[in-house]
Design a protein around this ligand. Sequence first.
Ligand SMILES: C[S@@+](CC[C@H](N)C(=O)[O-])C[C@H]1O[C@@H](n2cnc3c(N)ncnc32)[C@H](O)[C@@H]1O
Length: 509
Amino acid sequence: MMTLPDSHEVARFRALVADRLGLHIDESRLGSLAEVLRSRVAVNGGACAAYLNRLADDRCPTEDLQALARELTVTETFFFRGADQLAAFTESALPDRLAAVGEGGIVRVLSAGCASGDEPYSLAIAVREALPYAADRVAITAFDLNQTMLEKAARGRYSSWSLRDAAANLQARWFTPEGSAFALDDAIHRAVAFHQRNLAQDDPDFWRPGQFDIVFCRNVLMYFTASQAQAAVARIARALAPGGYLFLGHAETLRGLSNDFHLCHTHDTFYYQRKEGVSATREAASQRVELWQPAAAINDTSWVDIIQRSADRIHELVPAPAPATATSVSAATRHAPDLNRVLEHLHRDQFDQALEQLDTLPAAQARDPDVLLLKAVSLSHSAALDKAEAVCREVLECDELNAGAHYVLALCREGAGDAQGAFEHDQVAVYLDPAFAMPRLHLGLLARRRGDPETAQRELQQAIALLQREDPARLLLFGGGFQREALIALCRAECAASAEHSSRRSIRC
Ligand SMILES: C[S@@+](CC[C@H](N)C(=O)[O-])C[C@H]1O[C@@H](n2cnc3c(N)ncnc32)[C@H](O)[C@@H]1O
């Protein structure tokens, strides 16, 4: 029996899996990856190096990639997954696209990473349930890399587990019991065209500009490396008609991946609409360096270190000055932003001084979204809420998926007496960046104020968990001058008060 491959071979295999299939294999799965490599080499015969060379070759046989996909992909899926998104599809996105393509036009829907077909078949059923008159005008295409899943889709036989979220009336209408399985209705079976395809590889013929009106790519990109996810989204953006829609899984966002979409929030769910007239660039998003990218270590050393690191991050995103004459170089030096000082002022609650410092920036740098965010935070602490809100909206104009701007907007809206607006912006911030602690904390406080102690406790407990891991630079920027421990203590106190409120209420009942 062949021994396990060595660590260099596993590292090369891991890089090839990312390159060929898009999949990110994290450190904790390297042991099972080594086992997959061992078994693939055993099946193919020959040496490990020969197998890896074949994978690295552009002419690598599709069967090799399919065999790998069968071993490494997560294929969990079920019918009517994400009812809120299906409602947004039939009640918002689809009617909008039907209107856009005009009378008699066809709306083309794609399910990318469709697994065993549950998702595209659910879309076909949802169309017939909600808009039966339009069923002939909706063409559904689906693809997956995993051939075993596609064969299951082609059989159209499902277990009761696959139908666990199907309402009884839908199950009765669209499935027929067959022993212990359920057979899909023929009309639905015929309504979806399946293909075997790799989302991690480009195919200009398939991803033609404007080819699709609505794309579902749910619970696929979360398994991809960042660069492969970015490339896949760029492909999808290219193939979506302007104004077309993209649905991702609940735990996935486009933040940091693409600037080609507007964020939509209806039916209690988030999805995206392709902007009109933009070119899908992967570079635009990849160039963004966020102030609060997770730090390697989050032990709060000293605030001086934190400020230095934050300033370094901002310096990274500020473009290098163009070659210039002696006069302008000296002018640039004189006006160069001392961002350390801005952050230091923030840390000391010296918001007016922070604003003065920011006002010395050359116009091009002053418009950078992260520098604008520093300004918005300083303004919000100086009680200049209208101005802070205007600056946040400026940030969102060029970076619509900026979670920080939505959070500061939530504070501004609350200050303006608009609790619902505050709630919505916090929700968007949480969706865009689930690791962001401050909007959770704020949602907890808002819930407590509106007399909803159960929600308050839930949000505050999540805030406590997130605060323990929150990046120090982000705490410095958004923590309102409080240290991590003080914010956690605040959450605990509010949580305890909410629990007391809740128990008093239940005693009264
Ligand atoms: C977790 S399932 C999601 C299924 C469905 N979209 C849903 O949300 O219920 C992920 C699917 O993505 C497929 N997949 C993973 N990498 C892929 C790739 N590079 N190209 C095409 N499909 C891929 C897997 O084979 C798997 O069937």
